[in-house]
Design a binder for this molecule. Structure first.
Ligand code: NAD
Length: 382
């Protein structure tokens, strides 16, 4: 067994209605002025107001930035950082899916150390602690509330850059499953699959440890049992709790075990063609699972038993059964079967493959991958 270290350096509050913990967290930290980062979709359905009302009721001043876009951009980060700096706030609250949470991390870095977000691109460039963040996820999801990454799209080069630093991990995560119950099915499905893919990629990663395995296995158990139910009925409380927790555990697993070729490939797909993150990952997953099957050390069977629709443990497993199960799961949840169906064009395969090869996730993918392999993977996913 390889050496490993592990820490979960934050407080996680879980529970139906756990938003009510926000006043005590603000009081504990003597916060007088918070800066809320969210998006217009959440404003429209009243989720932003729910949080603003709680903050105002405890006499804490609030300034908001609500213009985060999906696959958030460098421009988003710059405008939001200027607003944060002008506000005089002492704490950031990130309310939303991965997009507002990632912008919050990037703003936390720039507000503390200055410069441009591209100055911090890559792993471990952030020099120290950043502005403290309370993350409140509303999708299940990216797990960004417990991860070290901020993923930001640099539109000038059609590139999703990652700022990876353990200093980015929010100080608090409030997991309130009532918040994900407003998700429409067409967002619940790809975001839920995204969380499953985090668990799967962390589980087969060459950087996996017994600690990340424990998190990834529990995540697969929870998501496997609840994803179909949750997409069918987001008002199903038990399924919402299972998904919220599963997404969080998957986030902890991949914050330390990292991901693999699926995420390396999906970033350029989203950067060039604006495909939602979870949708891009879900379409690519069967292709990468087929490719990685050659490196399987028996983990495919474990994954299969967690996610398959039928009950009971399989005794006559072959890797193709897992790949078929994933394709069927995608189909059941309304995910397109190929990248060409979401507008990806073949003329960008070479440049997307070159960008995918820049991802640190390639290094921990279970099967080694060359640029030529990557081009073939993109062609297969088309
Ligand atoms: P998102 O944050 O982009 O939100 C997508 C849409 O869902 C938005 O329109 C939003 O208004 C809506 N929405 C969110 N919560 C809702 C709710 N409860 N009810 C109704 N609508 C709701 O989606 P996402 O998939 O959570 O985040 C994707 C982003 O996260 C990508 O940029 C991706 O690269 C990034 N990501 C980051 C990490 C990380 O570790 N930092 C991990 C995975 C993905």
């Amino acid at each position: 067994m390889k050496d490993f270290n592990f820490k979960v350096p934050q407080t996680v509050e879980f529970g139906m209605g756990s938003l009510k913990k926000l006043p005590s967290i603000l009081a504990e930290n003597k916060s007088k002025h918070v800066f809320l980062i969210s998006d217009r979709g959440l404003e429209k359905i009243g989720v932003v107001k729910r949080v603003v009302d709680i903050i105002e009721a405890c006499g804490v001043q609030i300034t908001s930035y609500l213009d985060v876009v999906p696959n958030p951009t460098v421009d988003n980060v710059n405008v939001c950082t200027a607003a944060y700096n002008a506000s005089g706030a002492d704490y950031i609250i990130a309310l939303g899916g991965g997009s507002p949470m990632d912008v919050a991390k990037a703003v936390g870095v720039l507000a503390t150390y200055g410069g441009k977000i591209t100055d911090y691109e890559g792993a471990h460039v952030v020099p120290g602690e950043i502005t403290p963040i309370i993350a409140i996820p509303t999708t299940a999801g990216t797990g960004s509330e417990v991860t070290a990454s901020a993923v930001i799209t640099d539109e000038s080069r059609n590139y999703k850059l990652s700022v990876f630093s353990y200093f980015n991990i929010p100080k608090y995560a409030i997991l309130d499953p009532t918040l994900i119950m407003s998700l429409p099915a067409f967002i619940a499905a790809p975001t839920g699959l995204d969380s499953l893919i985090h668990a799967i990629e962390a589980y087969v990663s060459t950087a996996a440890s017994p600690f990340s395995d424990a998190m990834a296995e529990k995540a697969m158990e929870l998501i496997g049992a609840n994803l179909r139910r949750f997409v069918a009925n987001r008002a199903d409380e038990e399924a919402a709790c299972g998904m919220m927790l599963g997404s969080n555990f998957a986030g902890i697993a991949f914050a330390w075990a990292r991901l693999g070729n699926v995420h390396a490939m999906s970033h350029p797909v989203s950067a060039f063609f604006h495909v939602p993150h979870g949708t891009a990952n879900s379409i690519i997953l069967p292709t990468v699972m087929e490719y990685n099957a050659l490196a399987d050390k028996g983990r495919y069977e474990v994954i299969y038993n967690y996610i398959k629709e039928e009950n009971g443990v399989t005794t006559d497993f072959t890797p193709s059964m897992l790949i078929e199960e994933i394709k069927q799961l995608n189909k059941t949840l309304g995910i397109p079967a190929s990248l060409s169906e979401v507008g990806v064009t073949a003329d960008k395969i070479e440049v997307m493959a070159a960008d995918a090869m820049k991802s640190g996730n390639i290094l921990v993918n279970p099967r080694q991958t060359t640029l030529q392999d990557m081009i073939t993977l993109f062609k297969n996913a088309m």
